[in-house]
Design a protein around this ligand. Structure first.
Ligand code: EPU
Length: 432
């Protein structure tokens, strides 16, 4: 079992290079099944979700070669359409993209229902609605395997999404690029990673327009060719470091970012009293530790609204604000599990369904806590770095799913954090 040991209470200063976007990478990697030439993917984040996805691709016969830490070449010419083992997909929600990609390439897919962070019921009915509109038959076996098949081939059609879903939008795009005719996705999600997947597919020769708006048109093409593509910077990783600097005080710059993608986050940080300075490809947050943060209300929404993946990190900021703040979760039923852990650190907060109310306190105190999921784990790191003294965080494997080199990046801006593990009860320190 691995833990983070944090000695908190310091201001943070310096810059953090932002890695490639997790949720773009997780759509782009399965997309390589759609092309039988070699694809070179650059700016690929080194995180366990990406490693898991590469393992799945490799188990199906994809040939993968690392060119450097953040670039791979993948060739799926000899890949086989094997059922993906449950053991490999259970921790990776994005394994559902294999359904769209395999349907597109082979006309058939058999993939175990995905796992991922537990925020309550997370159905995939909109993905299935899309595949069926394109002519596939889809069934879910008693063992939780999704079986999809398009015996006559996929044929484009219109799909109206009943809920704005990132996963369904990307999955339908994957299935549609090689289908006959035109597919139109209405009420599509608009997240930057959707635009990135569309750009990747278009670089391979697909014909997709409208990504980034709520109507996406995909005209099917005969075949795709290999390409070189660099993944966009991770909006949520950048937002997490900016929120962190706002919490601890100091001055931190995230570099290699697209400031436009961060607007909903930086607007809220400014409202709370942080100074935000945007340059072409960097954003700096500056805040004096001596001034209390202002109270605000936040509601999570699909892009360009405030992202649900920044909600726990803002829970920490609102815990420290001067007055009462309301945090409303607009996407998931159950994404407030971390609030109990924050309470153990002195936060005063109540949760009722999708609404959390924070009565801001002046200080958080160190305590042993457990990361209930990826972004909640990042939020607890923030809380630990604010609280003066030693905080121990368990279950850090969640954090490693989505933040590349987090310990190294934090230490570079002055944070006192270590990753330790306990093989056979003995505590061993590991460099990260
Ligand atoms: N939904 C349905 N039916 C569907 C699909 C979704 O009802 O068929 C509902 C979901 O239950 C949820 C809402 O629609 O209430 C939005 O879900 P969405 O499909 O957009 O989420 P997702 O594709 O499963 C991705 C990210 C999440 C991120 C959400 C929202 C990946 C691999 N995951 O999930 O990322 O929270 O979009 O932006 O891209 C994270 O990075 O920490 C993370 C959880």
């Amino acid at each position: 079992m691995e833990q983070y040991i944090i000695n908190g209470g310091c201001e943070l200063h310096g810059s953090v290079p932002i890695s490639g976007a997790k949720n773009a990478a997780l759509g782009i990697l399965p997309a390589v099944f759609l092309c039988q030439d070699t694809c070179r993917i650059e700016n690929l984040p080194q995180i366990s979700d990406v490693h898991n996805m590469l393992d799945i691709l490799s188990s199906m016969g994809a040939h993968i070669r690392y060119l450097n830490k953040n670039a791979v070449e993948i060739n799926t010419a000899h890949a086989q359409n094997l059922p993906t083992p449950y053991e490999m997909v259970r921790r990776l929600r994005a394994s559902y993209y294999l359904i769209g990609a395999l349907l597109g390439r082979f006309g058939k897919a058999e993939v175990a229902l995905p796992g991922g962070c537990d925020f309550g019921f997370r159905p995939i009915d909109q993905h299935i609605k899309g595949f069926e509109a394109l002519g596939a038959t889809v069934q879910i076996t008693e063992g939780g395997i999704v079986q999809a098949e398009a015996k006559e081939g996929l044929v484009g059609d219109s799909v109206y999404l009943d809920v704005v879903s990132v996963g369904a939008t990307m999955n339908i795009m994957l299935a549609a690029v090689l289908a006959k005719g035109q597919t139109v996705i209405e009420n599509a999600a608009r997240e930057p990673h959707i635009v990135d997947l569309a750009n990747f597919l278009n670089t391979m020769g697909a014909d997709i327009t409208g990504a980034g708006t709520d109507v996406i048109k995909i005209r099917g093409v005969e075949r795709l060719r290999g390409c070189t593509y660099s993944i966009i910077p991770d909006q949520i990783e950048a937002g997490t470091y900016l929120a962190l600097a706002t919490a601890t005080g100091g001055e931190v710059t995230v570099t290699g970012v697209i400031p436009k993608h961060l607007e909903s986050i930086t607007a809220k940080l400014s409202e709370m009293g942080a100074e935000v300075i945007e340059e072409d490809d960097s954003v700096t947050v500056r805040r004096s530790k001596n001034e209390r943060l202002h109270r605000i209300n936040v509601k999570t929404q699909p892009y360009p609204g405030f992202p649900t993946d920044m909600q726990p990190q803002f829970g920490v900021l609102l815990s420290l604000a001067d007055g009462t703040s309301i945090l409303t979760e607009g996407i998931y039923d159950n994404r407030f599990k971390y609030v109990n852990e924050l309470r153990r650190m002195g936060a005063v907060a109540t949760v009722d369904g999708r609404i959390a109310v924070f009565e801001g306190v002046e200080h958080l105190s160190p305590a042993p806590v457990r990361a209930p999921d990826l972004r909640a784990g990042a939020a607890l790191i923030m809380a630990g770095l604010v609280a003066e003294g030693i905080t121990v965080i368990d279950e850090v494997r969640y954090v490693e799913r989505g933040y590349e080199d987090i310990v190294k990046k934090l230490r570079a801006i002055g944070a006192d954090i270590r990753l330790v593990s306990h093989p056979d009860g003995e505590m061993l320190e590991r460099a990260n």
